[in-house]
Design a protein around this ligand. Structure first.
Ligand code: AMP
Length: 407
């Protein structure tokens, strides 16, 4: 259970300035927000503070901001959409300095229950991403208390996520987590630390190297670990199978062997594809029509590459999900961007939609797949943070959580 102060623990907030770090890193196309999930997810905390009569100061990053501040990565569209969602004005401080004079003035003019949104925190470059003290203090200077509700950014020790809390503490304020953080941590934390068993973890995606610690940690916690996607072929090669031209990470063969031995020692089931959908080459463009065939996983032709799990594997994985009580899923089973190679990912998503188990989708591509298929409301929880949920599944403490005050 989360032992950190939450937004409910903030006392006497009437008239207080509360800085809330949100995750408003929404996808934009031609200046329009194409998915408002993250804005909607931030509403409960914001509404709670408005109702309590706080002066609500919001901040967030948006995009990577590789070439310095620019209008394309301004949070202006978020201010507009948020204002529509809240049914009240959100004052947007468009100043690229984020915390400068304009922000100070806007905050000074706030009345109780007002909402101000600061500009993209990454416009401050390394001051934000390297957890700079000056920027951290400037953020804290605008507020009395601080709430981190940016789960999708909580694995990063940035100024607006971590650094700011030190200065809030120095001035006697409280650092809490918001409702979204609480919900994410409750679902992911319970699944990993206190799962109703059988607990099945499904991992897919491109590379083994990206998920080394996740595989290791989940193997200890789950009853069955299912591997699909590009990373499965390094495991198959480690078993001595020929994998043709499939994606492989030769430096991780020993690691895969070690994980298979560990599973055996711990008495855990580790499921790998028994059949594979193969093609002569990777589709180009990725969604181009492609000729495929299905082969047994120990008979992948030398000139072919595996691009999805096969139908027998999909059935095997669906069966494991059917009898589970808790399922955590991160990463597609194949090159799901191509409809011909999306069958394995769809089969797993469908199995999760149909099971009675608590189902948790760890963000990123698997969340996108579940949303596209219209299964979102059939899942117990879809994480808003891909990278953060992966680090959580690795068993790491997230900086955004660590920085909050203990209860
Ligand atoms: P990740 O970012 O690690 O979750 O990986 C997601 C990517 O893995 C998607 O873009 C998929 O197209 C890709 N992927 C999944 N299976 C395979 C495969 N068998 N071969 C190559 N790429 C794959």
């Amino acid at each position: 259970m989360l032992n950190k102060k939450t937004v409910e623990d903030l006392k006497n907030i009437q008239g207080k300035r509360v800085l809330v770090r949100c995750d408003f890193n929404v996808p934009l196309k031609n200046g329009e927000i194409t998915d408002e999930t993250r804005i909607v997810a931030a509403l409960p905390t914001i509404c709670k503070l408005i109702e309590g009569g706080a002066k609500v100061i919001l901040c967030s990053h948006l995009g990577k901001v590789k070439n310095g501040p620019n209008e394309g990565e301004s949070l202006a569209p978020v201010a507009k959409r948020l204002s529509e969602k809240l049914g009240k004005e959100v004052v947007f401080v468009s100043d690229y300095n984020v915390t400068g004079e304009a922000a100070t003035k806007a905050v000074a003019e706030m009345k109780d229950g007002d909402v101000v949104l600061l500009q993209n925190t990454r416009f401050r470059g390394k001051e934000e991403t390297k957890n700079g003290e000056k920027f951290s203090k400037e953020l804290a200077d605008l507020a009395d208390d601080y709430v981190c509700d940016a789960f999708g950014s909580s694995h990063r020790a940035h100024a607006s996520v971590a650094g700011v809390t030190k200065f809030i503490t120095e001035k006697g304020g409280t650092n809490a987590v918001g409702y979204l953080m609480q919900k994410e941590i409750d679902f992911l934390g319970n699944a990993v630390e206190n799962p109703v068993r059988p607990f099945v973890a499904i991992l897919g995606g491109a590379k083994v190297a990206d998920k080394l610690n996740v595989i290791n940690n989940l193997l200890e916690k789950c009853d069955t670990l299912i591997i699909g996607g590009g990373m499965a072929y390094t495991f198959l090669k480690a078993q001595g199978k020929g994998i043709g031209q499939s994606l492989v990470d030769d430096t991780k063969i020993d690691y895969c062997k070690e994980m298979m031995e560990k599973a055996e020692k711990l008495g855990k089931k580790l499921l790998l594809p028994v059949d594979t959908t193969v093609a002569k080459s990777f589709p180009d463009p990725i969604d181009a029509p492609i000729e495929v065939s299905v082969v047994s996983s120990d008979a992948i032709p030398d000139d072919m590459q595996g691009l999805d799990i096969g139908p027998k594997t999909a059935e095997l994985y669906a069966e494991a999900v059917k009898t589970a009580k808790t399922v955590v899923w991160n990463g597609p089973m194949g090159v799901f961007e191509n409809p011909i190679l999306a069958k394995g990912t769809i089969a797993v998503a469908k199995a999760l939609a149909e099971t009675e188990a608590t189902t948790i989708i760890g963000g990123g591509d698997s969340a996108a797949a579940v949303n596209q298929l219209g299964f979102a409301d059939k899942m117990s929880h879809i994480s808003t943070g891909g990278g953060a949920s992966l680090e959580f599944l690795e068993g790491k403490e997230l900086p955004g959580v660590a920085a909050a005050d203990d209860k």
